[in-house]
Design a protein around this ligand. Structure first.
Ligand code: GUN
Length: 296
């Protein structure tokens, strides 16, 4: 079997077109322009490229968008004060502090400083808790993007055996939580594997849907995948630089071999990546609507 390639790039484009129309209507009917600030500390090349892509997407949709660059040496106190400035700014509906932060800054403290109503990353404990009890306002962007990929590709999650590899707060834990909720695009039986899991392959081979966010290039090989399974590869590993100077990427799945066995698979790049940014845009539109008292 050769797998169907799930194009996140295509699905992201489709959702961005929908959002563009929604933003235009919001402006015309309600005078509301979604506002997003992205805060970048330091010059980590991956973070610079993510934040640039987020800003480009926001501008293309007609948002009010601000990019704030702070030096690597900024204190935690000053960064929190900066976040507070935007908590008070009524033109801004979404605040994103790009991670990782330098090691002298307590990442949790900064994330907790974001007003939960502007937490378009879905990382504030209030939003994490709301997701857990099925009352989410803002779902973290990467897992929200994965759910959209499954929904829009017509992949059935109801009753499916889902195996997640990775237990991060950004991907592993929230995607497990999303897929075990009651409702459309969920209702799955979820297993979460991690670095201490005994016999990883025993679990991954059971999966109808295998979601890999291990942070390790080619951690999942063909022998670990069930024939016909759906494989979602969240990995973004920089494995060198191409002749044109662009970073060469590979996922956490051995794509070339696994695609011969899986039923469907996401590529890297062009799979989950474009969905993450799109979900940030969706969350920002939602935040703007909630702030304006419009039903999201
Ligand atoms: N760094 C890697 N992924 C993310 C994300 O989803 N949000 C933020 N703020 N930083 C990240």
């Amino acid at each position: 079997m050769t797998a169907k390639i799930i194009s996140g790039a295509e699905i992201a484009r489709e959702i961005r077109e929908e959002l563009k129309r929604e933003v235009a209507i919001l402006g015309e009917k309600h005078g509301v322009v979604p506002g997003l600030v992205t805060i970048l500390v330091g010059e980590n090349p991956a973070s610079v490229s993510y934040v640039t892509a987020k800003q480009q997407a926001a501008k293309a949709l007609g948002f009010y968008s601000l990019q704030v660059n702070e030096p690597e040496t900024i204190s935690e106190e000053n960064l929190e004060e900066l976040v507070n400035t935007y908590n008070r700014n009524s033109l801004i509906h979404g605040i994103l502090v790009q991670l990782p932060l330098p090691s002298h800054i307590n990442e949790s403290a900064v994330l907790h400083a974001v007003d939960p109503r502007k937490d378009v990353d879905g990382f504030h404990p209030v939003n994490v808790g709301k997701l857990m009890i099925g009352e989410a306002d803002f779902i973290p962007c990467t897992p929200a993007g994965i759910q959209q990929l499954l929904l829009r590709t017509g992949i059935e999650t109801d009753g499916a055996e889902v195996v997640v590899v990775g237990r991060s707060n950004i991907v592993g834990k929230p995607i497990a939580n999303i897929l075990l909720q009651k409702g459309k695009g969920a209702n799955a039986t979820v297993t979460v594997c991690h670095t201490r899991t005994r016999n990883l392959a025993e679990h991954t081979k059971r999966a109808d849907i295998l979601i890999v966010a291990a942070g390790k290039p080619k951690a999942i090989t063909a022998d670990m995948v069930r024939e016909g399974a759906v494989v979602i590869d969240v990995g973004v590993n920089r494995i060198g630089v191409s002749e044109s100077g662009k970073a060469k990427l590979c996922g956490d799945v051995d794509f070339e071999r696994v695609k011969e066995k899986a039923g469907a698979i996401t590529p890297v790049p062009g799979g989950v990546g474009p969905m993450t940014i799109t979900m940030l845009m969706m969350n920002t539109v939602k935040a703007a609507k909630i702030a304006a008292g419009i039903k999201p």
